[in-house]
Ligand binder design. Structure first.
Ligand SMILES: C[S@@+](CC[C@H](N)C(=O)[O-])C[C@H]1O[C@@H](n2cnc3c(N)ncnc32)[C@H](O)[C@@H]1O
Length: 350
């Protein structure tokens, strides 16, 4: 593939492409453009999911084909955030090291290595105990409820600001701020200065992020069911991409997901006012992901109070609807906005 294909669908802020991200990124269309690559690649799983997960022993070699492209696509102060689950070795209760091997390899690539800015851990309290044999039958292991999230960067000081992801203070911290803090030595010997008593509008979050992944009746899932489309089986919760998008980008920045699945990354970016690019190999997943954007997809038909309407954007870029008519009818010939809002292909509306 030499030229960038037409997007499968577009919204005000983003474009979703159908295809192999290796080929699409190799067109060079996004070189040096992305502030953040936020993604969850297929993991190396013992029991393979529907989209051809790679075996643990081939995983690093498989991923490396993408790594140099990711490096090329990122701006100098951009970040690559990879959500990656662990895996058990076949036939015994021991863990594969594949995701650690990947991390080490990414930080070693000659000429375009990444830095490990920080490792995060996503704790999903709703995770079911598995594999059953080791966890619930033989009781030799506990349930694995944490994914590693590698935050990598091209340079040691990527764009980042933890003030954008502060957590509400605990009740005891609020009480302490109300009463005033008396500086004293901690049991560890650390001298906690009076600065500790300053109200910073929230607590700095830890690198352990807790999000339950329990989506069962969202608009996305309902719409997939109605349309007879299989939802992506490995979706992450919105909280995960939202955290990194807020932490590592500014409004208007570009977020790219090369393994987009149901495009949670695109939806989070759209809501946060970031531009986005999503690439997905499996058409069924990309088709279903459009349902996340019903309220965003310019050019789509919607049923508004029983009347078929077109979603358009007004001159200020706000979403609105117009009565059903052919895309450019009733508009001046020179209206580029009218043309650009009709980027969604006729195929998508069928
Ligand atoms: C773990 S899922 C991503 C799920 C996504 N984060 C979500 O929340 O819906 C990984 C996705 O990568 C896609 N994929 C695998 N190889 C790909 C490739 N070479 N190019 C683009 N997408 C690919 C798979 O089809 C799968 O949907």
């Amino acid at each position: 593939m030499d030229a960038l294909p037409q997007p499968y669908y577009s919204t005000k802020h983003g474009d979703a492409y159908l295809g192999d991200s290796k080929e699409i990124l190799a067109t060079g269309a996004f070189d040096g453009a992305a502030d953040l690559i936020m993604t969850s690649p297929p993991f190396a799983l013992r029991r393979k999911k529907q989209y051809g997960n790679v075996d643990a022993d081939q995983y690093v070699a498989w991923f490396m084909e993408f790594a140099s492209l990711f490096h090329r696509v990122l701006k100098p102060r951009g970040s690559l955030v990879i959500d990656i689950g662990g895996s058990w070795n076949p036939g015994e209760p021991t863990r594969s090291l594949y995701h650690y091997e990947l991390l080490i390899e990414l930080c070693r690539i000659p000429g375009h290595k990444f830095y490990l800015s920080q490792e995060f851990f996503w704790y999903n309290p709703a995770r079911l105990p598995s594999p059953a044999e080791w966890v619930t039958v033989r009781r030799e292991r506990v349930k694995d409820a944490v994914n590693c999230v590698w935050w990598l960067s091209k340079e040691p000081h990527p764009k980042a600001d933890n003030r954008r992801v502060l957590r509400p203070y605990s009740e005891s911290m609020r009480e302490l701020l109300r009463r005033g803090y008396k500086a004293q030595l901690r049991p560890s010997g650390h001298d906690i200065s009076t600065k500790f008593g300053k109200d910073n509008q929230g607590a700095i979050p830890p690198n352990l992020l807790e999000f339950a992944n329990t989506e069962s009746n969202s608009r996305y899932l309902r719409a997939c069911r109605q349309a007879g489309l299989a939802p992506n089986p490995a979706r992450y919760p919105h909280g995960l991409p939202e955290f990194f998008i807020k932490f590592l980008t500014d409004p208007g920045d570009l977020v790219l997901d090369p393994f987009a699945g149901s495009n949670v990354t695109g939806e989070s970016s759209e809501r946060l006012g970031r531009k986005w690019v999503a690439i997905e190999l499996v058409e069924e997943y990309l088709k279903g992901s459009r349902f996340r954007f019903e309220e965003f997809c310019v050019g789509d038909w919607v049923d508004s109070s029983g009347q078929k309407m077109f979603i358009i954007t007004d001159p200020d870029g706000r979403y609105t609807t117009a009565p059903k008519r052919r895309p450019n009818s009733g508009r001046s010939k020179g209206s580029n906005r009218a043309k650009s809002i009709m980027k969604v292909s006729a195929e998508r509306n069928s």
